[in-house]
Design a protein around this ligand. Structure first.
Ligand SMILES: [Zn+2]
Length: 242
């Protein structure tokens, strides 16, 4: 069991692990609000503010993904945007964010902004999770863990942002700080997140996640049928694993 009692003392942490089993949720990454109703079937929802504004009517939201801002840019208003979001989501569990906007960050600015944000969020019981990306500064696992250690935040591990052969190593580097995981096959430039046909390529990664106690998985795909299918595959895998 993976509980951050030494990191944070959050009341909502327990929802993730209430049955002692793996939590499987779905990410809302749609632009068309008409489709939102289809997500009511999932018990746990990660709401992507980088895709659509917050919809208060949904009561199965567990956490949020932030809009894409640049915390490592001294001339950006990223910090105030993110603080505003924390104020609005303080009843929820976590906020996942990209710490850089594809550009090389000013490290001092990044650390100072992120530390301030993490402290701000802690006081409001919201966990800050930083996500590994496909390219640039946040694609280097050593950069990400160093920033997470320095600012005492957590990590959203995105499987599909890492080449197959490096995934287990990333988990080893991140394991102490992974809070949740974006699960899908692979991100392909200009195409996006693709769904697994089966779990052949993901099995060793999922095994490793369970071995180190990372049991909060969020299916991050755009198509609702793909999400349902992938979630089912994960459920079957989990039955086998145990
Ligand atoms: Zn992701």
């Amino acid at each position: 069991m993976f509980i951050y009692s030494d990191c944070y003392s959050y009341s909502k942490c327990v929802i993730a692990y209430k049955d002692g089993g793996c939590l499987l949720g779905a990410c809302v990454r749609i632009k068309n609000n008409k489709e939102v109703k289809k997500f009511e079937q999932f018990e746990y929802i990660d709401w992507g503010l980088h895709f659509c504004p917050y919809n208060k009517k949904m009561d199965n939201i567990v956490g949020f993904h932030a809009p894409i801002v640049d915390l490592g840019n001294p001339n950006s208003n990223a910090l105030s945007i993110l603080k505003n979001i924390i104020d609005k989501i303080s009843d929820y569990d976590y906020l996942t964010l990209h710490i850089t906007n594809g550009k090389e960050p000013n490290i001092d600015v990044l650390i100072s902004n992120l530390s301030e944000l993490v402290d701000y969020a802690k006081k409001r019981n919201v966990k800050i999770c930083i996500e590994n990306l496909r390219a640039g500064f946040s694609s280097n696992p050593n950069n990400l863990i160093e920033i997470a250690d320095l600012t005492d935040c957590l990590i959203t591990f995105d499987i599909g942002h890492v080449d197959y052969e490096n995934r287990v190593e990333y988990i080893e580097i991140f394991s102490d700080r992974i809070y949740n995981v974006h699960v899908y096959e692979l991100e392909i430039p200009k195409i996006g997140h693709i769904a697994p046909k089966n779990l052949e390529n993901l099995r060793s990664t999922l095994d490793k996640l369970l071995d180190v106690g990372c049991e909060f998985w969020l299916i991050e795909l755009m198509d609702i049928d793909d999400i349902v299918r992938t979630k089912k595959m994960c459920e079957e895998y989990l039955k086998e694993y145990r």
